[in-house]
Design a protein around this ligand. Structure first.
Ligand code: SF4
Length: 218
């Protein structure tokens, strides 16, 4: 499989889709703190909702210390209706303290440090590292996991296995944008149910593993 060919096609497609919310906030702010918060908000939440909430939130909160002015209850109201808003409000409330005590009031760049922040797992850490700091990392979310397996580039069962498989296989030059391209493609074309295979620009390259439509190869 020629992954570079697929990457090139997805790069072209990316320009025709709405920009994923974390890329949008990066383009608008270039601010690692806001990129981190947006990434935290975006988990299990549609991009449109995340975008509305993030823009509203950043009218009031511009730096970690600003969070200290609000209670968890107030933060809950501010970030509603993102998914798991109660948990996320608690994590947000803890964020300034941890950033100050452990990282001297700066957002860390290493995965091992980012995952020490409240509510930050490997997925968020990898995305913040690539999008905020342009450092090589691979963020595996549901789209990256599903599509990388569907087109047959890897064969894995869990997002963690996918991250490890991609780390050893995907050329480094593709790491930075791999998540963004596959998220946009997964939201707009290779959707979880009913992927649009009949109009897919990578139809000829794709193995369509576990695709249960008339376009399935099996
Ligand atoms: S051919 Fe179908 S399964 Fe394969 S990438 Fe395209 S939309 Fe997804």
């Amino acid at each position: 499989m020629d992954i570079s060919k697929i990457y090139k096609i997805l790069e072209k497609q990316f320009k025709s889709y709405p920009t994923p919310v974390v890329d949008l906030i990066e383009a608008q702010t270039k601010d690692p703190f806001k990129i981190l918060v947006t990434t935290m908000l975006s988990a299990r939440t549609k991009d449109q909702i995340t975008s509305e909430v993030a823009h509203r939130l950043f009218e009031i909160i511009n730096k970690p210390e600003d969070i200290n002015k609000f209670s968890v209850k107030e933060l809950e109201k501010m970030i509603y209706p993102v998914g798991f808003y109660r948990n996320k409000a608690r994590y947000l409330k803890e964020l300034p303290k941890v950033i100050k005590m452990k990282f001297n009031n700066t957002i860390p760049q290493e995965i091992g440090d980012l995952i020490k922040l409240p509510g930050v797992g490997r997925k968020t850490a990898n995305l913040v590292r690539t999008i905020a700091f342009k450092k090589p990392a691979i963020c595996v979310d549901v789209h990256v996991h599903r599509i990388s397996n569907r087109f047959g580039y890897i064969k894995t069962k869990t997002p963690f296995e996918t991250e490890m498989a991609l780390r050893s296989k995907l050329p480094l030059k593709h790491w930075l944008m791999y998540n963004s391209y596959l998220v946009a493609f997964g939201q707009n074309h290779c959707t979880p149910r009913n992927p649009k295979c009949s109009t897919c620009p990578i139809y000829n390259e794709c193995e369509r593993v576990e695709v249960k439509t008339k376009y399935s190869k099996k």
